[in-house]
Design a protein around this ligand. Sequence first.
Ligand SMILES: Nc1ncnc2c1ncn2[C@@H]1O[C@H](COP(=O)(O)OP(=O)(O)O)[C@@H](O)[C@H]1O
Ligand SMILES: [Mg+2]
Length: 237
Amino acid sequence: MTINATAPSGAQPGNARQTDSYVITIANQKGGVGKTMLTLSLAAHTVAAHGRALVVDVDPQANAHDITMVMQQPGYDVMHELDPRALTAIRQLRNYDTILVDCPGSLEGHDVLAEVLARTTYAIIPYDHEPESILPTLRTVERVKAAGVPYAVVVTKADPRLGADHIIDAWTTLEGAGVQHFRSAIRLYRAWPNSLRAGVPITRWNERYAPRLREDIAALHTELLLDLGRRAPKGDE
Ligand SMILES: Nc1ncnc2c1ncn2[C@@H]1O[C@H](COP(=O)(O)OP(=O)(O)O)[C@@H](O)[C@H]1O
Ligand SMILES: [Mg+2]
């Protein structure tokens, strides 16, 4: 769907107002780490918890938008918006509990990332613990830190056959680089691509390991809310 944002625009770098909707940005300059997966499953999870979610897809490839458009009753709204400055107006609409921003994975997305971060409450950085992912992930973390945006990295696409050791190894790598990370991780299950192919949100997808993906997303969401709560100014709703 298309949303016409009418509120006045104007960036507020790094200090998104608490009275506006939360803007959760899912970013990593590396492609294929699971940004779109996290964005769409967090949106579906918010809906399953009776919340209102909007996905803003700022990736020119528009995967999050296109996947959602062919989904059976996703329950959340989606828009493809190539100008991240529009987020200033979108967040002031207050129609949503959570606005999730799915970012592009390439370095061409540099300016886009800066504009998005200026309007972000919290950044989630997915990391699949592959050798080629570490440098782009650390560069993304540096950019998020420089923008003064609270963040944490989440280990994604963790092959269950590799067990906990793989996730612990990823955390050791991140901690060695002084990077904050979630204690929950997203495991790799075919239920995810299968649900997309069928056009069914993961919250309603019926396949053997789909509940495990739902568990992982729910755990991440809880951690996210706890971290957001810790950071909210006292007396703020
Ligand atoms: N937890 C997961 N389990 C299985 N496949 C996954 C998972 N997360 C992502 N994938 C797959 O990995 C590929 C890249 O994921 P995607 O979310 O598109 O990454 P990005 O948006 O960072 O480029 C896709 O084919 C997607 O279906
Ligand atoms: Mg993507």
